[in-house]
Write a protein that binds this ligand. Structure first.
Ligand code: KE4
Length: 429
């Protein structure tokens, strides 16, 4: 595959942008080689600067539930642009967006729009601390909640991929307020709750983890977690930046046996534009300025373009609940094809899937937590990634991410991907 233009573009980018990218996971560091510079997307495809076509399974790391430029999003944006890109004043669209979010995710009684998942999770923790008067939080090893200081401790996604799960620049004082638990291990939470009684403001968790590969929380674990939070007066925050509107119209919490006190959202609710949101019970959210005294703000929060794309997306989801059945069919078909290939090749790599987010771990054990996940052969994943790339299939350039199926993926796309998966695994031996 000719990628000479990407090579040139990457060389130039590195003169002006640290590492040549605006987000580390894009740099192909863990899989090697030169990142492919994309120029255009249409439906399920991306087209790079060298003119190569790829079937896209990162979907901009989650937002593209409907592929690139579905008409209902594109038209909504074109209409919004005509009226002006941002006012810095309240607009009716923000209320419309908030009503859609609170309707589709009933545990959210009030919601604040922001501009990224990081802003959403960072702000949610601040509200939880302000509301409870407590300072400590519990996060889980391998979960990624964006790059706010207090989350970059044993974080997943790019932090894990690049081997800096605990980032330099995070002060010891900050890190000391973040307690680390083990995903799907309720005893690890019980120990922390006991040792820090009355000091923990919140537990934040990806209820279905997508940043150490895909790992679902067990029902027993999440039920016990809810009980501990109720007993200890700890706010339970579901970070649904990735799973919100990905795994169902009500997110992961609609599939799990418990409700959180607060939820963070992002990605899909922006239809590809920069958006995040955090919300929850009225009494907690009304601590936020200007209703309350916990400060949080944003110049472009709730901006009309992001609201237009988000409203169009959520309305489409609301009016077409069958979307998730179709996504399940497509995703199950792809996963079955992958499983067939593994059987034919005598391989037993582990496949975890929840709806249209899935991950094949280069590991032959069950993967239920961070330690299981990091047992994967990331070198072999790198070889597999490049073999798939050569065959026109663009996967996440890192083992500890998710593969996303979209409504735009056709049966032809899926069949081509299944064939490429077989040939790639055979090629790496
Ligand atoms: P952003 O600040 O990147 O919009 O969202 C942070 C975030 C928060 N919570 C969860 C569960 C997330 O998955 C993310 C971001 N996800 C990664 C992909 N695994 C973003 C990709 C990137 O860092 O470029």
């Amino acid at each position: 595959m000719n990628n000479s233009k990407s090579i040139k573009l990457f060389e130039e980018a590195r003169n002006y942008i640290p590492g040549g990218v605006n987000s580390p996971v894009r740099a192909f560091k863990s899989v090697g080689g030169t990142p492919i510079f994309m120029e255009r997307g249409e439906g399920s495809k991306m087209y790079c600067s060298d003119g190569n076509e790829f079937i896209d399974y990162i979907g901009s790391w989650g937002p593209h539930l409907f592929g690139f430029n579905p008409p209902f999003i594109k038209n909504a944006l074109l209409e919004a642009i005509e009226k002006g890109t941002s006012f810095g004043t309240p607009t009716e669209m923000e209320t419309e967006m908030a009503k859609l979010v609170t309707e589709l995710v009933p545990s959210i009684e009030k919601v604040r729009m922001v501009n990224s998942g990081t802003e959403a999770t960072m702000s949610a923790v601040r509200v939880a601390r302000g509301y409870s008067g407590r300072e400590k939080i519990i996060k889980f090893e391998g979960c990624y909640h964006g790059h706010a200081d207090y989350f970059l401790i044993k974080a997943g996604s790019g932090a894990l991929t690049l081997g800096v799960p605990t980032s330099p620049g995070v002060t010891t004082a900050t890190a000391s307020d973040t307690l680390l638990a083990d995903y799907n291990n309720i005893d690890s939470v019980k120990e922390l709750a006991k040792a820090n009684k009355g000091e923990i403001a919140a537990v934040i968790i990806e209820p279905i983890a997508g940043n150490m590969g895909v790992i679902r929380s067990s029902d027993d674990f999440i039920i016990e977690l809810r009980k501990i939070c109720d007993k200890e007066g700890i706010i339970l925050i579901f970070d649904e930046v990735m799973t919100g509107f990905r795994v169902s119209a009500g997110g992961a919490q609609a599939l799990l046996p418990v409700e959180p006190d607060m939820t963070t959202l992002g990605k899909i609710i922006g239809g590809g534009l920069p958006v995040g949101a955090f919300g929850g019970k009225k009494e907690i959210m009304d601590c936020l300025a200007p209703a309350g005294t916990v400060y949080q703000a944003g110049t472009l929060s709730g901006n009309p373009l992001a609201m237009a794309a988000g409203i169009a997306t959520l309305k489409h989801i609301k009016e077409n609940p069958g979307v998730y059945d179709t996504l399940e069919e497509k995703s199950a078909y792809l996963a079955a094809g992958f499983a067939d290939n593994l059987r034919k090749l005598g391989l037993n790599y582990t496949m975890n899937r929840v709806g249209s987010m899935m991950c094949m771990f280069f590991a032959d054990t069950e993967v239920n937590n961070f330690n299981d996940a990091i047992g994967s052969d990331t070198e072999l994943y790198g070889k597999y990634f490049h073999e798939m790339l050569q065959r026109g299939v663009y996967l996440a350039p890192a083992q500890f991410e998710a593969l996303f199926v979209s409504m735009a993926h056709s049966k032809e796309d899926l069949d081509k991907t299944i064939d490429a998966h077989y040939e790639s695994l055979r090629a790496i031996g």
